[in-house]
Design a protein around this ligand. Sequence first.
Ligand SMILES: [Ca+2]
Ligand SMILES: [Ca+2]
Length: 347
Amino acid sequence: MCKIKTVLKYLLLALELGFLEGSRFRCDYMSTNVGWFKYHEVPLNFHDAYLQCKYEGAMLASPSTAEIKSVMMELMCYASAFSFSISILTGIHSTFAKGQFHSIDGIPLAQIYHEWAPFEPDNKNNAESCIASNYKGKLSDVSCDEPRPFICHKKHINIDPNDCGTTDPDYRYDKRTNKCYKLHNKPKRFAPAFFTCSAEGGHLAIINSEEELKVIHELHALYPPNKIAGHYDKNSAFLGFYYEEDVADWTTIHGETLEEAGFAKFQEGQPSNSTTGEYCGAVYRDSFFNDVSCHKRFAFICEKSPHYPEICDSENLERQANYTRICKHNFEDKGKSSPGKTNNPVY
Ligand SMILES: [Ca+2]
Ligand SMILES: [Ca+2]
């Protein structure tokens, strides 16, 4: 018994110390005692909001505890600046099976204390598998396709960001270019590939020199065809350039011509526009550029600066000093104080 107590004591001490050491994460997130949060003001549908948070290294937030709900409502109040008509998308959804609502991390709705907005839930047109929250924390079931602002949440963990400024170990720093690179070996079409790199804090890679091509080739070599998923062309990977029809030229996603970017060599015979409609840029694993269809799936390479997004310490509260406190909410976890209480709709 004594032993268990001692073990527990040290376990608690370790946890406390861990917390005291704080955690480090992207500075575009706000640190609180229940983790890191970011309010996304640009509305997205559920699927894209889910992905945006995931690629940022976080999770679409759900008001699963009173503390988390308080922070969410505070952020929402602050962000919507007195425009109280806004409702945000939460991570509570039933997209796997109708009516089976869970938070992204698997907490059933029945275990989350919640109150419904008037006349909700109504599963309108039998098509409401997502849950939105108004500024008072009252929930509605809504269509997952309707874009709404949302909040990403990252629990405090003791995994430090690497020298690429991310906890994603697949980003590798290269000192020749002072950039970080990741090859995504699950092929995607051009637009989702762009989305993925962007949400990870980078962009589809742009080759600015012969040297950088070498870096990319070395990275590609770590992923022979058998390490790339699916039945796709595995000899090319998307990069950040495309054919801009209005300009009638190849342009990087940052608006420069390939020559301006610093490297413009296509493989002999390319661009071929072979199947009529090869308007996206790719690179061969052992050669130069290739034009491919934007709608076919390829592996793709992201590039990011090791300094963006910036990384902050959770104890560094300076950023929060300016944070408006007019929105302070304190939700009680009513579900906890009266276990067994059903969460009937409140009209
Ligand atoms: Ca509804
Ligand atoms: Ca580059």
